[in-house]
Design a protein around this ligand. Structure first.
Ligand SMILES: Nc1ncnc2c1ncn2[C@@H]1O[C@H](COP(=O)(O)OP(=O)(O)OP(=O)(O)O)[C@@H](O)[C@H]1O
Length: 252
């Protein structure tokens, strides 16, 4: 027998219609292996948010299954699933609500029962991973947007997630903050699924990309290959920035 391959995420035939009857997902199949970084691309209304909301049980499958590291997302597994799936929202202010950065990062692990030195160590590690340790005693609302996003990532890392799911991680960041966050994300030893309209960011960070369109996955492959396919991009309302070319080394 070969080594066991752990799948961080396994989605089988996931379909979902909102209560008003809008069918947002039509049978999505997706496997993400531990350690992969994957970009989820697609036009507005493709179903990306709907898909992400199934990963930690905010929505539950109308049809099909979702499993995180082998554990099915279901009512009786929600507590475990929410520790394993670290969701970083687009707006860090939806995630930060405590008087200090330290308290925000400690909130999840403290809730899970960590105390004392163990809790301190987890908080310190998470803040170090995003380069925000020196800001531990600051109120989050005194930080820049880019710093708040990094703290939001730390709140999720403190839970030692199986998979980090980021919604538009580069939005509202200036070029330096965008690059710093990319360096941080690349340095993490965690599976990543990143929803983004920022195609160069997907290229920079994710070896693999998916295109979701009309509630189905219509492309799944190596990011440089997908982004070099002008017809594929145009047919899914995806556009590279004007003048951007895929570096030849990525094409190979
Ligand atoms: N609460 C809701 N009730 C009914 N329909 C909804 C609801 N939320 C989303 N939809 C519909 O479901 C479909 C998928 O929407 P979703 O928000 O998942 O797309 P998205 O890919 O995340 O788009 P965007 O890039 O704009 O964030 C769309 O047709 C949308 O109008």
């Amino acid at each position: 027998m070969g080594p066991t391959v752990v799948n961080s995420l396994e989605i089988r035939q996931l379909a979902y219609a909102y209560p008003d009857g809008t069918q947002a997902l039509f049978g999505v199949d997706l496997t993400i292996t531990r350690g992969e970084r994957v970009a989820l691309l697609g036009p507005n209304g493709a179903g990306k948010t709907t898909l992400v909301m199934h990963l930690n049980g905010i929505l539950t499958a109308g049809h099909g299954t979702v499993a995180v590291a082998g554990t099915p997302v279901a009512k009786d597994t929600l507590k475990e699933i929410r520790q394993r799936v670290g969701l970083v929202f687009q707006d860090p202010d939806d995630q930060l609500f405590m008087p200090t950065v330290r308290d925000d990062v400690a909130f999840g692990p403290a809730n899970a029962g960590l105390r004392g030195e163990e809790l301190d160590r987890v908080v310190k590690d998470a803040l170090e991973q995003v380069g925000m340790l020196e800001f531990a005693d600051r109120p989050p609302h005194h930080l820049s947007f880019g710093q708040r996003r990094r703290v939001a990532v730390a709140t999720v890392l403190a839970m030692k997630p199986e998979i980090l799911v980021l919604d538009e991680p580069s939005s509202n960041l200036d070029p330096a903050a965008r690059r710093e966050l990319a360096e941080i994300l690349r340095s993490l030893d965690v599976t990543v699924l990143m929803v983004t309209h920022d195609l160069p960011y997907a290229l920079e960070l994710c070896e693999r990309s998916l295109i979701l369109s009309g509630g189905v996955i219509s492309a799944d492959g190596r990011t440089p290959e997908l982004l070099a396919d002008d017809e594929l991009l145009a047919s899914h309302r995806l556009e590279l920035p004007y003048g951007f070319t895929i570096p030849q080394s990525d094409h190979a």
